[in-house]
Design a protein around this ligand. Sequence first.
Ligand SMILES: Nc1ncnc2c1ncn2[C@@H]1O[C@H](COP(=O)(O)OP(=O)(O)OP(=O)(O)O)[C@@H](O)[C@H]1O
Ligand SMILES: [Mg+2]
Length: 568
Amino acid sequence: MKNSESASKGEILGLYFHHKAFFNHAFLISFLINVLAFAVPIHMLQVYDRVLTSGHVETLLVITGAVFFALLLQAMLDALRSRLLLSLAAEFEAKMRDQIFALSVIRSSKRKLNQLPPLWQMCQSVKTFISGPWMGAFLDLPWVPLYLVVIYQFHPLLGVSSIVAASLMVLIALGNHKATQGSTAKATQLSVAVREHLESSIRNADAIRGLGMLPHATRLWTERLNKANEAAGMAQAVSTNATSLSKFFRLFLQVWTLSLGAYLVVNQEMSPGGIIANSIMLTKALASIELISSGWKNIQEALQGLINLKVMEEAPELKNLGKKSIVKEADGQLAAENLLFYADAGQRAILKGVNFVLDQGDVLAVVGPSGSGKSSLIRLLLGTWVPNAGTARMDGADVQLLDSEYYFENVGYLPPQVLLYPGTVSENIARLAVPDKEKILRATEAAGCHDLILHLPNGYDTEVGANGGNLSLGQQQRIALARALYGNPRYLFLDEPNSNLDNEGEAALKQAIAHASQNGTTVLLVAHRSSMLGLCNKILVIRNGQQVVFGPRDEVLAKISNEPKAAA
Ligand SMILES: Nc1ncnc2c1ncn2[C@@H]1O[C@H](COP(=O)(O)OP(=O)(O)OP(=O)(O)O)[C@@H](O)[C@H]1O
Ligand SMILES: [Mg+2]
């Protein structure tokens, strides 16, 4: 609790120091706005105490004209402050967006998505806070004492009454904060579960329809939504009570100040103009406190967002981002040095020491039963997962130190579940970079899918749709092979590349692998079908995460046939 409070103070300061110039300007403008806000009470005072008693119409004209200009200037400054806060919000988003995108993708590739609340949503809540009315209210807050001092100057009794009023309003706001803190956090967590349920159901639409799961998925959806609504309702109920209470207070205090003023006028301790002038000043003083109190939920979300985003900035995954990787010699060597990987916080070993070295042009087939760790091995070799011990190396460099540019230029990967991007076939093959026609043609020819693409409705410009929805699984897999071969990579990782292919597709795949190997590409292939073994010169057998055997193909095949259970 203490920690989070000190952290929240730290984050506000952090936000201030990051955008010092913005805040200093906003602070100065707020000062001017608040000074100009005295124009109306001064006007009231003059009208009641001077014009009405003396009947001087010229004075009335002059002060009305002066107030007109003061209010006009105040409105202009207010607009300027809003624009300043809008650009501060935009700057905040611009500073965060790339890191948020990269980290969301990296964490998702590590299957750690649930360990992190949705970063983008947090960034948006901070942005809304800055550009919404609350930041303005915070900037007005330091001037509240100024109003109270002026009211005190009119009469100490009025001053004390206003100070008590402002303190009570602050107490209500703080009480609201304490009372809703826990339930707001719970409501946010549950609403994430609701969104995830909807998203997964849309992704699994075919299974939901085909297996008659719709009523059950709907029931689960309703249950989750009800829970989330219940939690949100609880937080909201407390919050609305606090808002109503503070509204009641403010209205009553206005009446109270008027009555108190009238009492003082009756006793000849104050002029009649003071009644209205004080009431206006008190309303202005309490307005920012009430605004903060009513928007507390959003303010709390923004604060929590700031704290989490600060944690994000220190995420180890972002440390090496943008650092250029240094590769001494592009020798095409792929090495697994005693790779050890645990899941579930060290409870379960997924890979228990895998060792091998492949030379340039080698084609390795990784075989083993389902769940033995083949796909996990590829993730470790690609560096998307960090091994608990051991090192994976490409071109002699630890893959954890290689940057995206290296992967873009040197690595081809065909994941077991191909998901193409919404965009054209060309864009997908070019890995979302600006498509290079020649490179695309070379890749599709190497993958043997040029004709297949020409037969699509718009050829290379065919839109693949969300999740590749406009193409068959086999078509997607063949296009994804071209994407893997784009730029003629030095390393090629193929995870069950033939799972959706017909005979023609498999023949094209075999030719692509043979061709790549001849060109010096080091290939790692996960294959369930023995038909693919003919292509490789080395085999690695893993079972239960354990390396059973690694070596030249014929030696391994001979071993396996002597020990049929070993590979099963
Ligand atoms: N993100 C993850 N978190 C925890 N455990 C995982 C994760 N991904 C895979 N596993 C576990 O790791 C083990 C190896 O999975 P992996 O996907 O590597 O197997 P595989 O050999 O590729 O199987 P298949 O042939 O079915 O594709 C399995 O026991 C699986 O449950
Ligand atoms: Mg697999």
